[in-house]
Design a protein around this ligand. Structure first.
Ligand code: IPE
Ligand code: IPE
Ligand code: MG
Length: 222
């Protein structure tokens, strides 16, 4: 079983288009998927689930869409606060939060602190204003030349203390990583599906987990 599963939740906009709706409709549907998949992963024994929610490149989108996503994130944190605690899910964010409004930063920190205090189940890592290249840049700023060992770099990343990614899934049909967990996925098993994120299901995830079991992970050895 993978300990750490990462998912690039892509395809919300195309899903909305298919339903003849605005892209925002797809983002709402996408946000609603998160809980179901998280609970399934927790039952399956996955210990860390990383979800790509907003990249450092997503600021290039039209202002109205970016604003909608920020509001959606705030609403999500408000409405799901108690669900995390009830379901024993530890919430953690990665990415540069300093760009977000004070109230959004406080909501994120509040859920991080409370869930860490009260829960000991799966850790859900939400990537917010996250880009691997920016994460590495911020990590290198913390380190001196003498300290540049692999371990020191890992400990300076946003994911310090979190095991590297065992399995990475991208929904939505694109075959790229789009700046997500580049370092941490060095030996991840990659899975790509054409399914758009709002249509992704526990059943499809389960069949991928079965395939994961049958893959031969050599890590450069024999
Ligand atoms: C992923 O869905 C969600 C975010 C990047 C916020 P998209 O919005 O990229 O959906 P598509 O790829 O345009 O269908
Ligand atoms: C990746 O999806 C980012 C998230 C899922 C948050 P994008 O839709 O932004 O990626 P590109 O632009 O197709 O590479
Ligand atoms: Mg996309």
């Amino acid at each position: 079983m993978p300990k750490h599963l990462a998912i690039i939740m892509d395809g919300n906009g195309r899903w909305a288009k298919r339903h003849l709706q605005a892209r925002t409709f797809g983002h709402k549907a996408g946000a609603q998927k998160i809980q179901e998949i998280t609970e399934f992963c927790a039952k399956y024994g996955i210990t860390h689930l990383s979800l790509y929610a907003f990249s450092t490149e997503n600021w290039k989108r039209p202002k109205a869409e970016v604003n909608f996503l920020m509001r959606l994130l705030e609403e999500y944190l408000d409405s799901k606060f108690s669900t995390y605690l009830e379901n024993n899910i530890i919430f953690k964010s990665i990415g540069d939060l300093s760009i977000f409004s004070q109230s959004l930063q406080q909501k994120i920190q509040h859920l991080e602190q409370e869930s860490l205090k009260q829960c000991n189940g799966l850790t859900q890592i939400l990537a917010l204003n996250y880009g691997s290249q920016d994460e590495l840049r911020r990590a290198f700023l913390k380190l001196s030349k003498e300290m540049l060992s692999i371990d020191a770099i890992e400990n300076a990343l946003d994911t310090a203390g979190i095991p590297n990614v065992d399995m990475l899934i991208r929904t939505g049909g694109e075959m790229r990583l789009s700046n997500f967990l580049l370092w941490q996925s060095a030996y991840a098993e990659l899975f790509f599906t054409k399914t758009l994120w709002p249509d992704f299901s526990k059943e499809e995830l389960e069949s991928m987990l079965l395939e994961f079991k049958n893959r031969n992970r050599r890590f450069g050895g024999l």
